[in-house]
Write a protein that binds this ligand. Structure first.
Ligand code: HEM
Length: 205
C-alpha cells in the first residue's frame, strides 16, 4: 500500500509538470482555467476541481504518455486462453505493456505528441477514461486486480497540480527551452524522469 501509494502519484505529477514546461501554450491555457475557477479563493477545493475539465484532460494525457507503472504488475493466468490468435496456457506470467498501449497509433492520433485536447473535443477519443473499461488507456490496470487507489491518486494529483498552477508561474531555468528538456525515462517497475526536473517558481498574486 505504501510503495504503491506514494511514488506513483509524485511521479505522475512530475511528468505532468515536465510536459507543461515543454508546452507553454498548454500551461497558459490550463492556468487560465484554474485561476478563472478559483478566482478570489485562498485555496483550491475539490468542488473547484470538478469544473476544471482541461486540468483533467492534461492529467489524462500525461497518464497516457507516461504511465508511472509502465508494465503494470506481472500476473499469472489461471486458465488456458486465446488472445488475438495467441495461446496463453494456464500459469503463464503475463506482462502488459501499458506504455506501448498508450502510444499505439491504431488507437491514438499522433501518439507521441502531448495533445490533452484529444480528451475534450476529439470524437473518437474524448470519452476514453482510465478507470479500466477502455483498454486503450490502462495506467491503473483493469479488472479485479486493478489499482484500488485510482480515485485517491487522481484526487491528490489534481489538487496538487491545480494548487501549483494557481499560486505560481513556472519556467525552465537558465533560458533552457522546452524542446531541450531531457525527457529520458528510467527503466524499472516505476518510470521516473532520468534527470531531475528543475523549474523556477514565481509567486502569482
Ligand atoms: C498515479 C498513481 C497510481 C498509479 C499509476 C498506480 C498504478 C497501479 C497499477 C498499474 C497497479 C497494478 C494493476 C494491475 O496489475 O492490473 C496498481 C496496483 C495497486 N495499487 Fe496503484 N497506482 C497509483 C496509486 C495508488 C495509490 C494512491 C494507492 C493506495 C493508496 C495504490 C495502491 C495499490 C495497490 C494496493 C495495488 C495492488 C492491487 C492488487 O494487486 O490487488 N495505488 N497500481
Amino acid at each position: 500500500m505504501f510503495s504503491g501509494g506514494t511514488d506513483t502519484s509524485s511521479v505522475l505529477l512530475l511528468w505532468t509538470m515536465a510536459e507543461l514546461l515543454r508546452h507553454p501554450e498548454v500551461m497558459k491555457e490550463i492556468q487560465e482555467e484554474v485561476r478563472g475557477v478559483a478566482r478570489g479563493e485562498a485555496i483550491i477545493t475539490e468542488d473547484d476541481i470538478e469544473q476544471m475539465h482541461y486540468l483533467k484532460a492534461v492529467i489524462k494525457e500525461a497518464l497516457r504518455m507516461h504511465p508511472p507503472v509502465p508494465l503494470l504488475v506481472p500476473r499469472e493466468s489461471t486458465e488456458n486462453s486465446k488472445i488475438q490468435g495467441f495461446d496463453i496456457p494456464a500459469k503463464t506470467t503475463v506482462i502488459i505493456n501499458a506504455w506501448a498501449i498508450g502510444r499505439d497509433p491504431v488507437s491514438w492520433d499522433e501518439p507521441d505528441k502531448f495533445k490533452p485536447k484529444r480528451f475534450l473535443n476529439d470524437a473518437t477519443t474524448s470519452n476514453i477514461d482510465f478507470m479500466g473499461h477502455d483498454f486503450q488507456l490502462i495506467p491503473f490496470g483493469a479488472g479485479r486486480r486493478g489499482c484500488p487507489g485510482i480515485q485517491f491518486a487522481i484526487t491528490i494529483v489534481e489538487l496538487a497540480l491545480a494548487s501549483l498552477l494557481f499560486k505560481f508561474d513556472w519556467a525552465l531555468p537558465n533560458r533552457v527551452s522546452g524542446e531541450d528538456l531531457d525527457m529520458t525515462e528510467t527503466p524499472g517497475i516505476m518510470c521516473h524522469l532520468k534527470s531531475p526536473l528543475l523549474a523556477v517558481a514565481t509567486p502569482h498574486f
